[in-house]
Design a protein. Structure first.
Length: 412
């Protein structure tokens, strides 16, 4: 069972097909005073490109909004804007006929249509057994919870029943669950609802079989690596120029090297050296590794600026080109800290099943960890990423990371 099947999307494409037809007709009338757009000289190419852009946008958006804790409005606006910029580029390169008013009205109407088609989903009606109350899940606003007080309830209107285990249930409760299943009411494991609503895989419900994910195929990893190489190659000239400028400021600000290297744990537990711009004073970690704190006195003046805008991460493009890292993945941790976490946090090493990244699912949802409790929470987000690894999830993370950078979300 896939989480996305909980929601009914049967009308999605029907609305899209009707909507794009109305968009073309209305844009044609607003631009040329006629609904017969095919009578307008050389308009077919432009209309065809708008339709293709809409179809591709619809497919991408339908994949991205399935993930939890994602702002639908931001996803729609970003994807549609990108597709129309690409459309304009194709028109310019191909020197095709175009109408500014037609493109503008199509863009506005298409954005509106896809916002309406992808508006926030209705609340689910889910039930919990009386002895399986999960206080954290009960706080989720996107779900209407019903606590069942008896296995003899006959008529209930539910989208599903949530259980953590069938072991230890009485015969009456097992008969009740079986009867509801036969009526077509889905039975979900608690971990599935955590994934659906909170986007993480809690350790208290974790079992190894959860990570037996067919998404971790050769094809997914191949295209992920290809994307890393292409993007890193495109960014390398810009990173090189910024490196020259940043290096000057680092040397003027404090003594010490320009770059900071440190052993980190990568895919399959392999040790490698991460490279970053130095943001701390010389010998700041001479007493051993520890969490970075807010207003940490070890951080230099230039270092605070670099960390605020995440510019200290730029040299990791070299780690990506070498194949040690990816743009998207769990943030790599210091080797010494990993050894400590493995002793105290169950399943910690499972985050090393994929390549570490500059940004990741845990990074955009949790930020930096400053203690063991936050580290456990980040691990739960990392386990969700490992289980649901896909190019769509990577694109979602990339879009949200860009938003965070633009809004200058504080980092330590």
């Amino acid at each position: 069972m896939k989480i996305k099947n909980i929601y009914n999307r049967n009308s999605y494409w029907t609305l899209n097909i009707i909507g794009i037809f109305l968009i073309i007709i209305l844009s044609s009338y607003l631009s040329w005073g006629t609904v017969n757009f095919w009578q307008v000289k050389e308009s077919i190419t432009m209309v065809s490109l708008v339709i293709i852009a809409h179809i591709i946008s619809s497919i991408i958006i339908s994949k991205l909004i399935l993930f939890p804790k994602i702002e639908h409005l931001g996803i729609v606006f970003t994807v549609v804007s990108f597709m129309f910029l690409l459309l304009i580029s194709i028109i310019a390169i191909g020197r095709f006929y175009y109408s500014r008013s037609f493109l503008l009205s199509s863009y506005i109407l298409d954005t509106t249509l896809l916002i309406l088609c992808n508006r926030k989903r209705k609340k689910l009606n889910l039930a919990l057994l009386p002895f399986e109350k999960d206080e954290e899940l009960l706080k989720v606003n996107s779900i209407n919870w019903l606590i069942l007080d008896s296995p003899f309830i006959k008529d209930i209107n539910l989208d599903g029943i949530v259980v953590s285990s069938l072991e230890g249930l009485t015969t009456e409760w097992l008969h009740f669950i079986t009867a509801q299943k036969l009526k077509g009411i889905p039975i979900y494991h608690t971990s599935e609802i955590y994934e659906l609503a909170l986007g993480r895989l809690p350790l208290k419900y974790f079992y190894v079989e959860l990570l037996e994910n067919p998404n971790q195929s050769f094809i997914v990893k191949f295209f992920k690596r290809l994307f890393d190489i292409i993007l890193a190659s495109l960014l390398f000239p810009i990173v090189f120029l910024l490196t020259l400028i940043i290096s000057i400021f680092i040397k003027l600000d404090s003594e010490g090297p320009i770059f900071f290297t440190q052993e980190r744990v990568g895919e399959r537990g392999k040790i490698y050296k991460i490279i970053k711009f130095r943001t701390m004073y010389k010998d700041a970690d001479i007493s051993g590794p520890r969490f970075t704190e807010e207003d940490d006195p070890r951080i230099t003046h230039v270092g605070r600026i670099l960390r605020k805008f995440h510019l200290d991460e730029l040299p990791q493009v070299w780690n990506i080109l070498k194949g040690e890292m990816s743009f998207i993945g769990p943030r790599p941790e210091q080797a010494k800290l990993v050894r400590e976490f493995e002793k105290t946090i169950p399943f910690y090493s499972y985050r090393h099943l994929v390549k570490p990244g500059i940004t990741g699912w845990a990074q955009i949802n949790q930020g930096y960890a400053s203690g063991i409790t936050e580290t456990i929470r980040k691990l739960e987000y990392d386990l969700y990423y490992v289980k649901n690894l896909s190019l769509w999830l990577d694109i979602t993370i990339l879009i949200k990371t860009i938003k965070i950078l633009i809004t200058r979300w504080g980092a330590r």
